[in-house]
Design a binder for this molecule. Sequence first.
Ligand code: ATP
Length: 309
Amino acid sequence: MLAACSGGADSMALASALAFEAPRLGLRAGGVTVDHGLQQGSDARAAEVADRMRSLGLAPVEAVAVSVGRGGGPEAAARDARYAALDAAAERHGAAAVLLGHTRDDQAETVLLGLARGSGTRSLSGMAWVSGTGGRYRRPFLQLDRHTVREACLAQSLPVWEDPHNADPAYTRSRVRHEALPILEKALGKGVVEALARTAQLSRDDADALDAWAARAEAEVMTTAPAAAGGAQAVHLDTGGLRGLPAAVRRRVLRRAAIAAGAPAGSLFARHIEEVDRLITGWRGQRALNLPGRVEVRREGGRLVIRQG
Ligand SMILES: Nc1ncnc2c1ncn2[C@@H]1O[C@H](COP(=O)(O)OP(=O)(O)OP(=O)(O)O)[C@@H](O)[C@H]1O
């Protein structure tokens, strides 16, 4: 098991908790810190964070340098590079789990960001306890509030380093943390963080149920035709059957069908699915449209045909 540690208070508390619990649980517990190379001296700081983890008793401990790409904005690019490095570290060390220090406050921020984007239940469900390939990522602090975690750091005099990006108003999450949530707490009371985190859990339960319903509905309204050489399969959907489904289930079926036809999941947004949904009713007489990944959707009589061009 590895603790992923930025050197910040949340993940130092996590590293310390893992070092404390591991002998009792008979676990081999190490740590990894990722140097994004975004500030001067970040390599020296990563080495220092690694030393701090070693002095807590974790072994093996690694500081991994990554190069951050540009895709999807600076926050997303750093996150992608970080998770790729954490995955690789888990493989190298044969670690079944990588622990992350996300707290209930991080969860509330994620829900608020989803609300502001107009997201559906899946996005509002925030971060899961267990996620990633084979359930590798675990978030044991997800129900603890940040204040409690930070008090634990203080009580143990753990040396922590705060990433200046966390307080940089140029970053959306930082504005949510330092501006939006304090205003909401002032207006609506301290319980708002807990309430947002509860929204995440309720939304996750709803989204899971709708996903299961969509998987069953798909079997009734969707058929696949064999792929042309080298291409993805063509997907046929019965529009009459689709119309009989609740909108939330229908949108899920449409999304699954588009992905089955070769559209990349990461580029398929809610607005794309809404456009496909309108084809079913023949809204504005439209009969065809294109989706990311050169996927075409065409209404032909009583069915939608989705295939890669
Ligand atoms: N550079 C990094 N190296 C290793 N793990 C990281 C790094 N940055 C973040 N993580 C992991 O992701 C979790 C969430 O990080 P994020 O920066 O979003 O939250 P945070 O509340 O600022 O956490 P922290 O106080 O630990 O920095 C961290 O608790 C840690 O487990």
